[in-house]
Write a protein that binds this ligand. Structure first.
Ligand code: NAP
Length: 250
């Protein structure tokens, strides 16, 4: 195994992925490189001005050719991935009827297939308690009409990550990050804040706070990182109440 100790962050060009890069840079100065995966090279170049050890990996995670490049680079460099943040994701807040087939397809491809591929590709390079953070969502706890594919994809992330937390025990510490709405460009991409239900706007969290808590929870080896009382309350409600009842209020 090579000696280079790195962090690898997907979705690093924007929102929480970008914030993870900034906080990892400050919090873990011993890391030699931070590999930043996203398609928007300009945004990554801007980020490198703040984080000189950033290595730009301009890959589209839904492209099999780029996943091949990803795998080949790891095989060539054999780094030790001390921190892996699987943050790339997308969501469309519309009914299935209103959503185009391509958007539905891409949501599942990115949030489920690419998410899984990233973990599989990185697995051989995670050792001795590597920190692995998987970005799920409060939407994972219950089906969400008007946000169906996204919520279901995040349930997949939650379920898959819980399973590998057990499989990877002793090798890596998996933490599943389940925020409620967070004020990032994600909200504009999924249709704009104005289309969000009022209760979600009320509980909008800052990416800095969600990411800081996630890194602290990951250091402690926690299974879930849930930021804010509203999402914690939703989680408890989803455990004790029938989903059919909760769905009446969504
Ligand atoms: N914001 C929220 O309210 C919220 C709440 C709960 C959970 N989450 C989850 O948290 C994660 C981060 O969300 P965010 O708010 O930071 O979103 P964001 O600001 O929209 O960032 C999404 C990131 O994913 C990358 N990405 C999208 N498609 C990609 C592709 N095909 N290949 C590679 N990278 C791709 C984007 O980079 P490029 O466009 O440059 O490729 C971008 O860096 C997501 O998984 C999201 O589902 C978000």
């Amino acid at each position: 195994m090579g000696n280079k100790k790195i962090a690898l962050v997907t979705g690093a060009s924007s929102g929480m992925g970008r914030e993870f890069v900034l906080q990892i840079h400050k919090r873990y100065p011993n890391l030699e490189e931070i590999w930043a995966v996203a398609r928007n090279t300009k945004a990554l170049e801007q980020l490198r001005k703040k984080v000189p050890k950033l290595r730009i990996c301009a890959w589209n995670l839904t492209s099999p050719q780029d996943l091949q490049r990803f795998q080949e680079l790891l095989e060539k460099e054999k780094p030790q991935i001390k921190i892996l943040v699987n943050s790339a994701g997308m969501g469309i807040q519309k009914t299935v009827e209103e959503t185009g087939l391509e958007d539905l397809w891409n949501t599942v491809q990115l949030n489920c297939t690419a998410f899984t591929a990233v973990l599989k590709i990185c697995y051989p390079y995670c050792h001795n308690g590597s920190q692995v953070l998987c970005l799920s969502s409060g939407a994972a706890f219950v089906p969400q009409p008007g946000f169906a594919a996204y919520a279901a994809s995040k349930s997949y992330v939650l379920s898959f990550s819980r399973a590998i937390r057990k499989e990877w025990k002793g090798r890596a510490k998996i933490t599943i990050v389940c925020p409620g709405p967070v004020d990032t460009p994600f909200l504009e991409k999924m249709g704009g804040k104005e289309h969000m239900p009022a209760y979600k706007k009320y509980f909008l969290a800052k990416p800095e706070a969600v990411v800081e808590k996630a890194l602290k929870d990951s250091e402690k080896g926690k299974e879930l990182s849930v930021y804010g009382y509203s999402v914690k309350a939703l989680r408890v409600a989803c455990k004790i109440l029938p989903h059919s009842l909760i769905l009446k209020f969504l």
